[in-house]
Structures are given as structure tokens and as C-alpha cells.
Design a protein around this ligand. Structure first.
Ligand SMILES: [Zn+2]
Length: 73
């Protein structure tokens, strides 16, 4: 498989940097060429799946606590 390369300079190294679009209240992660900085992709800066997992763990802990309290009655 050929290596991915930058369409501007031909560089083959990429990096992720955080950006904030003008006027936006959220951040995005920009994939850019490590040599010239040309942006080749963008994605949400926040990993929604990871946040959902953390929320699920917290809900499970709260549910356990509520059941524990209810069983005392
Ligand atoms: Zn480049």
C-alpha cells in the first residue's frame, strides 16, 4: 500500500492539533501535514464514545448506591 502523503508538499508525516473555528463554541482536532501544516482532515476534539463510557460507569455506580440505600429500608 502506498504511503499517505501531503497534497501540498509531498510530506509523509502527519500530526493532530487542536483548533477552534471562528465563532464556534467547540474545539476540533485538525490532522495536518507535519512538514508544511496543510490541513488534510478534521474531527471532533472530544471523543464522544469515551465520554459515553465514563458516563455509563458513573451511572452504574450511582445505580449500585441507590440499590444499596434502598435495601437498608
Ligand atoms: Zn505538507
Amino acid at each position: 500500500m502506498p504511503a499517505s502523503c501531503c497534497g501540498r508538499c509531498g510530506g509523509e508525516g502527519f500530526e493532530v492539533v487542536e483548533g477552534r473555528p471562528a465563532g464556534a463554541h467547540f474545539r476540533i482536532a485538525l490532522v495536518q501535514c507535519a512538514s508544511c501544516g496543510a490541513v488534510v482532515g478534521a474531527m471532533p476534539a472530544v471523543n464522544v464514545e469515551d465520554q459515553l463510557r465514563q458516563m455509563d460507569r458513573k451511572l452504574q455506580t450511582m445505580d449500585y448506591s441507590i440499590q444499596h440505600i434502598a435495601s437498608r429500608r
